[in-house]
Write a protein that binds this ligand. Structure first.
Ligand code: SF4
Ligand code: SF4
Ligand code: SF4
Length: 153
């Protein structure tokens, strides 16, 4: 599966904002979540120098139908408590603007990830953007974990 960084590398990386996003990275995140399509980046579609990027992205970004995850697992023995997932998870950020949303330890109980005794604990997993009616294929926590401690099954 594609990662945000892989997608970003194939975009023009000019932050021209023609897509309506403030940066190409923001566009990459939305592209991975299928909130936008490859065709929503005008330079990518129109400029010859981005043609190979356009073609690669078009084949990488397939419909979201394949999501069958039902649970989130943190492999404790792999987690080093770095906190990357704590500040990367959009649910943590949205539910705890003063803590996780500011790059700090959570101050709210509504977060999904919180480091306790050096290991991340997952709770409120039903809030994860991979589940529920309007689910998206979020990979923010998986992508930022240096030890691949987070898995969806
Ligand atoms: S239109 Fe394309 S190049 Fe411009 S900011 Fe958006 S993603 Fe980046
Ligand atoms: S996949 Fe779920 S738990 Fe992981 S960052 Fe996204 S919303 Fe958070
Ligand atoms: S990003 Fe990975 S290693 Fe870091 S706290 Fe989260 S689960 Fe643990």
């Amino acid at each position: 599966m594609a990662s945000v960084m892989e997608i970003y590398q194939l975009l023009p990386k000019t932050n021209c904002k023609e897509c309506g996003k403030s940066t190409c990275m923001a566009f990459a995140v939305d592209l991975l979540a299928r909130k936008v399509t490859v065709d929503d980046c005008p330079p990518l579609v129109n400029e010859a120098k981005y043609k190979s990027g356009y073609e690669k992205l078009s084949s990488m970004i397939t419909p979201v139908d394949g999501v069958t995850d039902t649970g989130l697992i943190v492999h404790d023995e792999k987690c080093i408590g770095c906190g990357n997932c704590v500040v990367a998870c959009p649910v943590n950020v949205a539910n705890d603007p003063l803590g996780a949303g500011s790059g700090k330890a959570p101050t709210s109980d509504k977060v999904i990830f919180k480091v306790e005794d050096g290991v991340v604990k997952a709770r409120n997993v039903q809030e994860c953007r991979r589940f529920g009616e309007n689910r998206i294929l979020c990979v923010a926590c998986i992508d930022t974990c240096p030890t691949k401690a987070i898995e969806f099954v």
